[in-house]
Design a protein around this ligand. Structure first.
Ligand SMILES: *Cc1c(COP(=O)(O)O)cnc(C)c1O
Length: 226
């Protein structure tokens, strides 16, 4: 199997297929550097990882014009390892975590872009805020004091199911909350413009429901071996 041309082909077909307002995050978790470079050589610059340590190792080794997105669950004690370089953190699920990101961003003289993760799936294992918690957070005084983060939007993961109607209703509810946020006046650290939803199996539904950023792994790089 010629995997090199397969990765380049997959990248190119996504670039052709995705509407221009939708950003492709190539999810390279568990994949080695030479595999990532095949996608890079095809023009891809935005990559997603779900383990901070792996992402830091790859950042050190690979070209510096790659934008690294943290798409996994974030432990507060590891934020410091990605604070110097991370370009977007998708899975922010508590005010405590946001405060730690702000603190580490300050130490690095940076502003770190974040998405708030919203719990839209039926599974109880997926992390995230509910709608009411998002509304509380964005209007809180504590948020307005965080000078080194910007909330760029929301992220969510649908239930793992074949039921398209259910997936759609979850994506639609996330888009409704996103639209509500966008309709508020921007503040210094709240500028909602990114809605991160959709993976290999459901990205088309996600785009139909308003996604502006899709996180695609296995249909670019093949199945993962853990
Ligand atoms: C692994 C992962 C993806 C990519 O999943 P695929 O089904 O391989 O496209 C997207 N988002 C998150 C949060 C992930 O952990």
């Amino acid at each position: 199997m010629n995997s090199e041309s397969n990765i380049a082909k997959a990248i190119n077909s996504y670039i052709d297929e995705l509407p221009s307002h939708v950003t492709l995050v190539a999810v390279s978790k568990t994949k080695p550097n030479d595999t990532i470079m095949e996608a890079y050589d095809a023009g891809q610059r935005v990559f997603g990882e779900n383990k901070i340590q792996d992402m830091a190792t790859k950042w050190e080794a690979l070209p510096k014009d790659i934008e690294w997105h943290m798409i996994g669950h974030v432990q507060r004690n590891k934020v410091k390892y990605m604070a110097p370089f991370v370009s977007l953190i998708h899975g922010v699920d508590s005010l405590k975590l946001l405060k730690e990101i702000d603190k580490q961003a300050k130490k690095n003289n940076r502003i770190i872009n974040c998405l708030l993760q919203v719990h839209i799936a039926q599974e109880s294992t997926k992390f995230g805020f509910d709608d009411a918690e998002i509304r509380n957070l964005i209007s809180s005084n504590e948020l307005s004091e965080l000078d080194n983060i910007v909330i760029q939007g929301l992220m969510g993961m649908a239930t793992f199911t074949d039921d398209e109607e259910q997936i759609k209703s979850e994506f639609k509810s996330l888009n409704a909350l996103f639209t509500e946020l966008k309709n508020k006046p921007d503040t210094a650290n709240l500028k909602p413009q990114i809605l991160s939803m959709g993976m290999s199996g459901d990205y088309q539904l996600a785009i139909d429901c308003g996604s502006t950023m899709v996180r695609i792994g296995s249909s670019i790089f093949g199945a993962r071996n853990y």
